[in-house]
Design a binder for this molecule. Sequence first.
Ligand code: ZN
Length: 390
Amino acid sequence: MPAPLWQGQGNVAFPGCAFMIRVSSGFDSGNISVLSTEQADDIRLAIRQDTRSPHYQWFHFRLSGAKDVPVTIKLVNAGGAAYTSGFKDYRAVSSADLETWRRVPTEFDGKVLTIRDTPQADSVRYAYFAPYGMERHAALVARVQRHPRATLEVLGQTPDGQDIDLLRVGEPGDDKRAIWLIGRQHPGESMASWWMEGALDMLTDSTRLLDRAVFYLVPCMNPDGTRRGHLRTNANGVDLNRAWAEPDPQRVPEVFLVRRRMLETGVDFCLDVHGDEGLPHNFIGGFEGIPSITERQLGLLNRYTAALDQRSADFQTEKGYPKSAPGKGNMAMCTNWTAERFGALSMTLEMPFKDATENPDPEHGWSPPRCKELAVACLEVLEGMLDELR
Ligand code: ZN
């Protein structure tokens, strides 16, 4: 005889009988596999790999049925993730209202990432960083396109059939600088989307910059990876930021289409916005390795990063990636390809998953409001350099 339905599921008629703990990820940008949720102090989960790619690290799941119950959540395959240095001194984020994401106690022993929390609500979410899914992207585009000086252009479709959105803010003109801002080539780096939202808010609040420049923004280069909860790749398992040299229109239409549009508009400035798993800093990667590097281009790069260092307490120039020797750069990356092709000031902005140790926030770590503030700082520094860009 089957057990009565209420058994083990909790029931108001049986106070003290806890609700069953459930974990799910069947939603926009969700990622988790459930191994066991029977014991609150030993919830065992695993992060799913990207489609047709061995990469994984992004996680985002909902936990329900554990209000006021201390839980221990173990991501048992964390030791095989793409960038395990990212889990050192790292704390996961959690939210009950899907607005504010706070840090929760997290440990990593080299194999298992353990999250300890006592949920304050019937349902809470946990994630690698404050998520930014395709529904929020759609709401952002819907809001921006209503601005009188903004235009939405759909460049084409992804392998999953999603639109690749380009927002233009301002009008092209011979004396206008062409500014390209792209985010989320790597879908697990949701801080890039928060940065893009901050940039779009600024450009649509104050149109001061638009008299001297036209802005082309791709807030989400990788809609499929974002919706699928990938770390690194699109639906075909391609890392977009290793595909700029010769993008195949079938395998990686995202890069093919954006690149083609760049060739039409020209590029005076490009900022490709990312997150770095390992380093607890904001930093900029340049294009020192391109074959045609010039003193002028290097001077622009140095002046931009120095000015941003002055402007933002969250930014620094000491820590970052090693610089490539001239001619040794990977030309399949956006920054190198655009710097070489257009002679432009082109940069990769990296934000931390953890925190910016120059200016720490113990409760939230690096967070959506801080991504947005950094976007404003980046655009203000750009404003001061517009005349130099050509
Ligand atoms: Zn990245």
